[in-house]
Design a protein around this ligand. Sequence first.
Ligand SMILES: *[C@@H]1O[C@H](CO)[C@@H](O)[C@H](O)[C@H]1NC(C)=O
Ligand SMILES: *[C@@H]1O[C@H](CO)[C@@H](O)[C@H](O)[C@H]1NC(C)=O
Ligand SMILES: *[C@@H]1O[C@H](CO)[C@@H](O)[C@H](O)[C@H]1NC(C)=O
Ligand SMILES: *[C@@H]1O[C@H](CO)[C@@H](O)[C@H](O)[C@H]1NC(C)=O
Length: 500
Amino acid sequence: MLRLGEKWMRLVCFSLLCLWLCLPRESFARRASKVPRCPATCSCTKDSAFCVDTKTIPKSFPPGIISLFIENNDIQSLSKHTFRGLKSLTHLSLSNNNLQHLPRDLFKHLDILTDLDLRGNSFRCDCKIKWLVDWMEKTNTSVPAIYCASPFEFQGRRIHDLTPRDFNCISADFAVYETFPFHSVSVESYEYSEDQFVVFAQPDSGFCTLYVWDHVEMVFRTSHNITSRSAVYCKPVVINNTLYMVVAQLFGGSHIYKWEEDPQRFIKIQDIDTSRVRKPNFVETFKLDEEWYFVVADSSKAGSTSIYRWNSNGFYSHQSLHPWHRDTHVEFLDVGGKPHLILSSASQTPVVYQWNRSQKQFVFHSQITEVADVQMVKHFWVRRALYLCLTRFIGDSKILRWEGQRFVEIQTLPSRGSMAVYPFSVGLRQYLILGSDFSFSRVYLWDDLTQRFQPFQELNMRAPRGFNLVSVDDKDFLLSASFKGNTLAYQHLVVDLSAK
Ligand SMILES: *[C@@H]1O[C@H](CO)[C@@H](O)[C@H](O)[C@H]1NC(C)=O
Ligand SMILES: *[C@@H]1O[C@H](CO)[C@@H](O)[C@H](O)[C@H]1NC(C)=O
Ligand SMILES: *[C@@H]1O[C@H](CO)[C@@H](O)[C@H](O)[C@H]1NC(C)=O
Ligand SMILES: *[C@@H]1O[C@H](CO)[C@@H](O)[C@H](O)[C@H]1NC(C)=O
């Protein structure tokens, strides 16, 4: 609160200022000519400047002025340095201009500013104005009421009545962090010996290529290559502190390798039966009733999607699921303690298998009807609700929600040439990336209000075949295996839209 005396002084000052404003123009010009550094478009006295009919703010003002009136102009934007050096400014008016935003910290060094008039502008109350709301909450400068002109939900609101909490300004950006100079068709990640690894299947050069996160250089660096003539999938699994790698190949059979510490190398420990697995397309691992399994989706006509179980010194063939269906993908999920597999197939709609504990087998449960040509099915949870995303090469991709008895379609995502989909979350943000062979791949962000995905960002990757999220050293990376371009690691960067 100002003391009465101060208020009185201010009244006098204002009156003098008005008197000054009402003086005939020539006297301005005469007086202004005596004051150095008065901008050409303004009139100045020893301690005031008054600018009219200008589209832009002059570059400099006499440094000692205490009052600046830049009213009734058509000013649409200001530089954040506009008032730099005007330390003695006490009165500032920017009223009746065309301002939508003010640059952050515009009034920062105006330490003794007592009156600020911003009336008669068309403020857009979005993240760019959050700082002003914050500043107005704390400042002792008196600011007559101003209102939001847009966006719609804030129209007519008094800016004084807003709080910084009214703005949700945290967003994100996926930015390329590291480029791996090869094509790949699968990407997986695992932790081993307290290190973070990623492994790519590289059919061109004939490797399963392992990279390890370098905590010093802050990059993934090459760590090992497993020679594999036609790798389609390299799937790591750590069992009992031992690392195994299932290497699925298009030709020459599929194999299991084991990592040996001394000397450091992979040795082949097992071949996978080629009468069952003929044309593997995908490998998944899972733990069920304390035992480790892996399952290979087989996309040949005569092969079968087959399940293998770990048995203390090797993997044993456990079960073959329906033959003749040219499966492209298998998803393992646990719904309320009941393990399930969802098989995507080129010849029928996705099929759900359920684990029968007494038989120790997966038995046919149901088909997810209405959606054919599904390339891949992935599941995710949002606040205890189970969702599936189905990606299709021909036709739109779908989001389904489990409604207790069956899956119900809740959203269609336009997609063409999509071979890979991947739901993932970073912090509280649930994302979905939908790959595309014909255009940009799209990242979607889950919107809690509408319970739907909203388009978030387009990423330029060529023919993506798989994705994986890796979090290390407080960084989150989305890796993408690209069949026709470089393999990429995108960093998930948190962006504060109000910070600009
Ligand atoms: C506002 O005035 C009070 C009382 O004089 C003072 O304690 C406070 O630091 C001032 N706030 C700012 C942001 O200058
Ligand atoms: C793996 O192979 C690639 C391509 O030949 C090579 O550049 C890289 O150095 C190899 N990595 C290791 C650890 O040998
Ligand atoms: C884990 O490895 C140890 C040492 O190789 C072995 O003695 C033990 O039987 C293994 N446990 C299982 C469950 O395979
Ligand atoms: C599991 O299989 C057994 C034996 O075939 C059968 O009796 C039982 O009903 C099955 N359980 C479920 C949950 O399907």
